[in-house]
Design a protein around this ligand. Structure first.
Ligand code: RUB
Length: 329
């Protein structure tokens, strides 16, 4: 077996340890890792062996974090090109091309979402965001530049404090930003005109899986009649949910919440650290994609029209992600 290149291992552990985080960045890093793996393959120049190697690299990357569908969607998109390759060099070239395409298109998608989303925010609005989402921050900064945003509340997002990245980015762009603890959302929500958040996975029925606490924010917003917008590129929609698969919610180490010492001192206390939750479609006003603004109930259209190719390669009947099958091994 070909050893994985150092940089590929670095990207995999970077995703696992959340040095690379956020569904979009994870997806782009995944595409980059697949490209590096293909370019640095130095085994026998044989199509089948190369496909096996790429499947192993894909599986390694997919194993790093379970919730964001952007990660397996990227692997499927890049590696499904291997199905029709007829030689080793053609196969290698196709992986590199698809990886480059994905990175370019995903960056363009985020820019389009900023422009489309900004238009949905009226002048002099107050916005609240949760966690750190490149797509959501893009919408907010663009809306601010267009004179639509006067203040942003940004939650800390415990226990990992992704909110610190958000308010640093917003402040750098000149956006007046106020940091609040997660628990202050309901207290502040009556001042807020729009909630804008990102997504790790959008299901076929329009539910949005995003950072833990998002569903509480949406619940408070619904009660206060504050609009909730989700900024999500199409590769965050999950083809697997069309065939009934559920989204796995990641649980991380309790040590992100309390110290090991504390845990040892309190052996009768169990500390749970679920890091994502599910916001039902009824709590979401619109999902902003690079193809336009859709009601969450139209998620299935994005899946069928824009990710139909993924359904073909996944095979409707079997459901589970099987990379060997996807690359026709
Ligand atoms: C990040 C998170 C973000 C989405 C969307 O979770 O929930 O809201 O991934 O982000 P984590 P983006 O920090 O655990 O990865 O718009 O950047 O893709």
């Amino acid at each position: 077996m070909n050893m994985y290149p150092e940089r590929v291992l670095e990207i995999a552990s970077g995703i696992r340890e959340m040095k690379i985080r956020g569904a979009g960045r994870i997806a782009r890093a995944t595409a980059e890792a697949l490209k590096i793996a293909a370019l640095s393959y130095n085994g026998v120049e044989d199509l089948v062996l190369f496909k096996k190697y790429m499947v192993e690299v894909g599986e390694l990357l997919i194993s790093t974090r379970p919730t964001a569908i952007s990660l397996p969607n990227t692997v499927v998109y890049v590696l499904s090109s291997l199905r029709n390759s007829s030689s080793f060099s053609e196969a290698r070239e196709s992986v590199v091309k698809r990886a480059d395409n994905f990175i370019r298109e995903s960056e363009e998608a985020t820019k389009r979402i900023s422009l489309i989303g900004a238009k949905r925010i009226k002048e002099n609005s107050i916005v609240l965001t949760h966690c750190h989402s490149t797509a959501a921050v893009g919408v907010i900064i663009e809306a601010y530049k267009q004179g639509r945003v006067v203040r942003v509340y940004s939650t800390e997002t415990r226990p990992f404090y992704q909110g610190r990245v958000t308010y640093t980015q917003l402040a750098k762009s000149g956006v007046p930003v106020v940091q609040i603890p997660d628990s202050a959302v309901r207290y502040i929500i009556n001042e807020v005109d729009y909630v804008v958040v990102g997504a790790d996975t959008v299901t076929s029925n329009g539910a949005v899986v995003n950072k833990i606490g998002t569903s509480q924010v949406a619940l408070a917003a619904k009660e206060a009649r504050t609009r909730v917008y989700v900024a999500a590129e199409s590769y965050k929609f999950s083809p697997l949910t069309l065939i009934g698969e559920l989204v796995t919610i990641e649980y991380r180490s309790p040590e992100e919440i309390v110290s090991r010492e504390w845990i040892e001192k309190h052996p009768r206390v169990k500390v749970l650290n679920p890091v994502f939750d599910v916001t039902p479609p009824e709590y979401i006003d619109a999902i902003i994609t690079e193809y336009g603004v859709i009601p969450p109930q139209a998620a299935v259209l994005i899946l069928v029209e824009k990710l139909g190719w993924a359904l073909d390669v996944l095979g409707y009947s079997e459901g589970k992600l099987d990379l060997k099958r996807i690359v026709a091994l």
